[in-house]
Design a binder for this molecule. Structure first.
Ligand SMILES: Nc1ncnc2c1ncn2[C@@H]1O[C@H](COP(=O)(O)OP(=O)(O)OP(=O)(O)O)[C@@H](O)[C@H]1O
Ligand SMILES: [Mg+2]
Length: 457
């Protein structure tokens, strides 16, 4: 077993031949070999192998080789040998996303993150982006996208990858029969696939509820509550959140409040902006919700409202961006604090919210204790990541938690996202964390692909 980092060059010989610089030739244990199996992603060919005199770690792939296996590009790459006589170039990472057909920007609003992934990932391994329609299963290849010299997307035929990073943008595509078949086919070829799919709030809540360690961070929550349950929750907790299990962006979320002797209140963000409605009794509140959402209320959850710490009278919560690292362990890679806009029931930026560093937010709330609170919250986020992973049947490599802290310093989890957004990394102080997040995607892909260092390198 040997892992090397070197450079690929293209050469023009018509024969199927791979030239290796002397040190690479020896390090890969090929001294007695005349031919090798060359593997890229899920494709393998056999080729002649010859050492050449050159210092450093270099590999030259002839036209004859490249006509038989699609090589995404020249330049830096890991060269791995897990079996005698076989060398593997990669890993090959495919970023699965989607966007408008036949457009110069095939990934729509995801383009800038995908560009960043391609730019960073290709400093070390083969990384391309693709949509479900770009796969050719018969050939074992993909019409993927890499970055051209001017930063635009360029089409290339590339091998099926070792690892797929799923960033399919919509629940509709993610849960379509076509995508399920795709996951199946990746699985059969032993192509690692993370993250599996979007989460549903109710699935994650019931999963954490049953976990001794992680359950304590979950506010009291019920899936598809009856009106009686909603009323009971409102009376016991004063205010509750009523939210769609598969929702995002704060859409369809209500903050429901019961003030004894005064009445029932519903606060939400509607077409007319932030809205507050008052109801004389519980039934009239329920009638409004039923009139607006009908049977879709079946996919709602009710959750104890947490009184969040505040700055200038505006509640604050936190996004914890988690990754698995090269050792397959969870790490907190970025934390953003989100301050709600005035009158908003959520902390979403487009709803008037603003972004702060966690140190800034916590020192305003807890002064000298803020560092300790932050450490406890990080530990909680790791505990919850492990719990979700343990109860989840598929690979997870990245998570985004919405976490609240109350003035008793208690930590609460509102939501876990399997395709977390990246808006926290727009904060000037969090750009480094944004880069670290991208690096973790590739460190973990390295782990998943089995590109491991042997004892002899
Ligand atoms: N139980 C609660 N107590 C207090 N605040 C809450 C509660 N649940 C949600 N919130 C607030 O509402 C915000 C949005 O909630 P949540 O993340 O569950 O919904 P979402 O629409 O899925 O959001 P996203 O855009 O992050 O997917 C939270 O970040 C938090 O500020
Ligand atoms: Mg959220």
């Amino acid at each position: 077993m040997s892992l090397n980092f070197g450079n690929i060059h293209f050469s023009q010989q018509p024969e199927k031949v791979v030239f290796l610089s002397g040190s690479l030739f020896r390090s890969l244990g090929l001294s007695s070999k005349k031919s090798i199996q060359l593997r890229i992603g899920t494709q393998t060919i056999s080729a002649a192998v010859k050492p050449i005199e050159r210092s450093g770690k270099h590999i030259y792939l002839s036209s004859g080789v490249r006509n038989n296996i699609p090589v995404p590009r020249q330049g830096p790459i890991y060269i791995h040998s897990s079996r005698e006589g076989e060398i593997e170039l990669g890993p090959v990472v495919g970023i699965l996303s989607d966007g408008p057909h036949n457009s110069s920007n095939p990934f729509g609003a995801r383009a800038s993150y995908i560009r960043q992934l391609l730019r960073e990932g290709n400093k070390k391994m083969f990384v391309y982006a693709f949509a479900p329609r770009d796969i050719n299963w018969q050939r074992g290849s993909v019409q993927g996208y890499i970055l051209g010299a001017n930063g635009g997307f360029v089409r290339r035929t590339v091998p099926l990858p070792d690892v797929v990073y799923n960033r399919l943008p919509s629940r509709k595509t993610d849960f379509s029969p076509f995508t399920n078949q795709l996951r199946d086919r990746f699985g059969k070829r032993n192509i690692k696939f993370f993250n599996w799919a979007f989460f549903n709030k109710s699935d994650i809540y019931s999963l954490l509820d049953g976990d001794v360690q992680a359950g304590k961070y979950l506010p009291e929550t019920y899936n598809n509550p009856s009106p009686e349950q909603i009323k009971d929750m409102m009376e016991r907790h004063n205010f509750v959140y009523y939210k769609p299990s598969a929702g995002s962006l704060g859409l369809g979320i209500y903050r429901l409040t019961y003030l004894p002797k005064k009445g029932y209140y519903a606060r939400y963000h509607g077409n007319e902006g932030n809205t507050l409605l008052k109801f004389p009794n519980f039934n009239s509140l329920m009638r409004m919700l039923q009139a607006k959402h009908g049977s879709r209320l079946r996919n709602y959850v009710i959750q104890q409202g947490i009184r969040l710490i505040e700055i200038d009278g505006c509640p604050i919560d936190f996004r914890f961006h988690m990754h698995k690292n090269s050792k397959n362990r969870w790490a907190v890679v970025g934390i953003g604090a989100k301050k709600a806009g005035r009158g908003s029931v959520t902390t979403h930026i487009k709803n008037g919210g603003s972004l702060l560093t966690p140190e800034h937010a916590l020192s305003r709330a807890f002064g000298s204790k803020s560092r300790e609170v932050l450490e406890r919250a990080k530990q909680a986020a790791i505990t919850m990541s492990e719990a979700i992973e343990n109860h989840h049947p598929h690979l997870l490599g990245e998570l985004g938690f919405d976490i609240g802290i109350d003035d008793q310093e208690r930590i609460w989890m509102f939501e876990a996202n399997s395709k977390p957004g990246r808006s926290i990394f727009n904060h000037p102080a969090l750009r480094g964390e944004g880069r670290a997040s991208v690096e973790h995607i590739f460190d973990h892909s390295m782990y998943l692909s089995g590109f491991h260092r042997g004892n002899d390198s």
